[in-house]
Every structure is written in C-alpha cells, then in structure tokens.
Design a protein around this ligand. Structure first.
Ligand code: AMP
Length: 410
C-alpha cells in the first residue's frame, strides 16, 4: 500500500532542512537581540478564536480554515495564523501585566488554499508581536527587525517594503462605506469575484489580482484622504524614521491586508523573483484586537513571514559536516575502533560509523557527506594501538593515539 503526502503538504529534508534550520537560527538570534521572548502555542485552538477576529467575510474564515468537531463536539480549528493564538496565550497566562511585552514564535499554520509554488496547505510562519504600545517607534522597530532578518536570510536579494496607513477603526468604517458606494456604481466593470465583495468586504477588492478590476481600482477613492491629521503625522514620522534607518519604503495606497483586525500602519515585504505568491512578510497594527479577545484595551503591532517562501529565494546553505568518519578496514579491528569511537563521543564530537569495513567505500561516503576528517583503522593501527587521521579538506594525514589526537582534530 503506497500512501502519498496530503495535497499541499511537503516533507523537509536534505538542502531544504538546512535552509529551514538556518532561518530558525537567524530568527532566534535577532529576536534575542531585540528583546523578544519565544512563545509557543498549540497547533489547534477553539474555532471562536479565529472566526470573528479575522473577519467572518475574510477568505481565511470563509474558505480556508481546517475546522472540525472533536469527539466531544468541541469546535476546533488548526491555527491558520499566529497573532490571535499569541494574544490568547498572553491573556490565558497573565503575560500582559508589565507592558510592553514582546513575543516571537515559529511554527506550522494550516490553510486550505489552492496549492501552487509558494502556497501550501501546511506551511511555516515566523511571527513577531509587540503588545501594549501605541508609540510609533514600536511600528518602526518591528519593521526594522523584519528588514534586518530578511537581509540576513536573503543577502543580495531585492525585496521591497510596501507600506500604507489604514487610519483608525472609525476612519476605516467611513472609508469602507464610501468604497462600497463607489464599487456599486461601477459594478458592471468588475470581475464577478469582486462584485461579491462589494457589500461585505470592499477593501479586499483593492488587492484583487484580476486584471479586469484594475481600471476601477485605480480610480477608487484612496484611504489616505480619510485619515485624520494626527494619523497622518504619525504615518509621516514612521516613514521618516525608516528612512533614517536607510530602509527604502514604497508607499502603496492599495495595500489593505486580508484580515479584519488591522488598523493604522500596515506593511508587506515583497519580491518579484518567486511568481505570484510574492509576499514574504506581512503585518501591521491591530489596536483593539486584544480587547476583542477578552484582554485589556491595549494596542499591538506585529508581523508574520512565510518560511517556505524565504526558502524559495534562499541560496544553498553551505554547512561543513562536523562528523568525523571512521574507516574500519576489517571487522576484526572493531574493538580497536570502538575505543576511538567512545573517546570522540565523550569529547562531544560527532562520529559517523558507516558499517562498510572498506577504505574506498568509507572515503567515498565521507567525501559525499562533506566530512572534514576520517580516522583510518587498519592492520598497523590495530597492532600499534594508534590511528591514522586524515584532514579531507587539505589532505594532511598523521598517525595519532588517544593522548594526542584531539590537538589534530581541533
Ligand atoms: P498572512 O497571514 O496571510 O499575511 O501571511 C503572512 C505570510 O505567511 C505571507 O506573507 C506568506 O509569506 C506566508 N503565507 C501565507 N499563506 C501561505 C501559504 N498558504 N503557503 C505558504 N506561505 C504562506
């Protein structure tokens, strides 16, 4: 019986797992540098955590969530995103007492989308969240962090920061009304998909990828005209700070993001090198969301990045294999080999026993796996109680025993 992977899922191995682990390690380094602590949450949560906060008309809630009833008839959903679970966890565990608090996490998310390059049904996200501050420097800091991380993971790649301000929730409500009215007047020129969104979710029409919608969208009222003076000043300050940090910003007035909870600053890091699934990181401010989820009325700002999309752009990771290979030339020398095996392991080194008992095959395995050293255990070594050690990078070879082998290997 052959069972295939479920559509939209993938296994990680070989070069990909090296890239994946490099990203996770870069994320942790930068998180600690910026004072963010890790928060790990369960893969499934109560469905209510996502339904309303993400927006009952959002694509994620309408079409993409993996929701099921468990054996007690509890409504469960595999997490489609990480911001709401992080907030839930911060509230459940009383972590919102000394503000601001800064958390990050990495893990699998689940969305039942149509799979394609850069879009999967199970994928991995990086999340950074700052709870409790409406200082515009919190926005700047979290964007700066994203920018530095992207530079670290993808040096030499062209990635553009798109930014927009949605204004407060009240501004947004007014804007949505005006937008619905405008799209209604022009509905004959819109795609049927966009027509369906006019009443319930007109903002989503703005980032429609349908070419026939473009002309109507280009002439639509722009959100920036609905922003208060205070909002505009804050937006200007954020852009200026980013500029001072040498981060080039591209103002994108049609950037609205797909989930209902965003307000004020929204941003995305995009590339044009991986096809239509071109957003690597997306985020923004979500003042009001923490209160909706049963916490205090405190603001928040954060972002999520897709690990698989970053991997698509990433150069191969060249990691030297740290293992020391053993070439045991005959089964009879096993107990002599075992002494060095035990010695190296107890000295915290990594050792690879290949079960080949043949020099040529052992060398070829060691080279294939890019090992730096091989220890040869043949007849002479067995008689003389020593080992021949070869550095496979420069070819240097020495005879050593347990008292002096470490200096050669280190
Ligand atoms: P979103 O929560 O939709 O803004 O997603 C944040 C980031 O997660 C995106 O910018 C992508 O990099 C990544 N992402 C979202 N959906 C998927 C998916 N289905 N497959 C792979 N990566 C995804």
């Amino acid at each position: 019986m052959k069972i295939n992977p479920v559509r939209g899922t993938h296994d990680l191995f070989g070069k990909d797992i090296k890239k994946f682990n490099k990203i996770i390690s870069d994320v942790k380094d930068i998180a600690y540098q910026f004072g963010f602590n890790e928060l790990v949450t369960p893969i499934f949560e109560s469905t209510a955590l996502f339904k309303k906060p993400l927006g009952e008309q959002s694509d994620v809630v309408l079409k993409e969530m993996y929701t099921f009833k468990d054996r007690n008839d509890d409504e469960i959903t595999l997490r489609p995103e990480y911001t709401t679970p992080m907030i839930r966890a911060a509230i459940s565990n009383g972590l919102l007492n000394n503000l601001p608090v800064k958390f990050f996490g990495t893990g699998q998310m689940f969305r039942r989308e149509r799979p394609q390059k850069g879009r999967y049904r199970q994928f991995n996200q990086i999340n950074f969240e700052n709870f409790g501050s409406n200082d515009s420097f919190a926005d700047v800091e979290i964007i700066n962090l994203a920018n530095l991380l992207i530079k670290k993971i993808l040096p030499n790649k062209k990635i553009k920061l798109h930014i927009n301000s949605l204004g407060t929730r009240e501004n947004l409500i007014n804007y949505k009304k005006t937008l619905s009215h405008y799209f209604n007047q022009n509905k004959n020129f819109l795609s049927s998909e966009s027509k369906d969104k006019i009443q319930l979710n007109p903002l989503r029409i703005l980032d429609s990828k349908n070419i026939e919608d473009k002309e109507v969208i280009d002439k639509a009222p722009v959100l920036i005209d609905f922003l208060s003076k205070e909002n505009l000043n804050e937006y200007e300050e954020i852009k200026k700070c980013l500029n001072d940090l040498d981060i080039t910003v591209y103002e994108n007035t049609s950037l609205v993001r797909g989930l209902d909870y965003y307000c004020n600053t929204v941003f995305e890091f995009k590339t044009n090198e991986i096809g239509s699934q071109d957003t690597l990181i997306g985020g923004g401010r979500y003042d009001g969301l923490i209160e909706v989820l049963g916490g205090k009325d405190i603001p928040g700002v954060g972002w999520a990045g897709g690990i698989e999309r970053m991997m698509l752009l990433m150069d191969d990771v060249q990691l030297q294999n740290q293992s020391i290979h053993l070439a045991i030339l005959n089964q009879n020398y096993k107990s002599h080999a075992f002494k060095i095996y035990d010695f190296l392991i107890k000295n915290n080194l990594s050792v690879f026993w290949n079960y080949k008992y043949n020099l040529k095959k052992s060398l070829s395995t060691a080279n294939e796996q890019k090992a730096k050293f091989i220890v040869i255990i043949g007849e002479d070594e067995n008689i003389n109680n020593n080992y021949t050690v070869k550095n496979l990078l420069n070819g240097e070879q020495k005879i050593k025993d347990l008292s002096n082998i470490m200096e050669f290997i280190k």
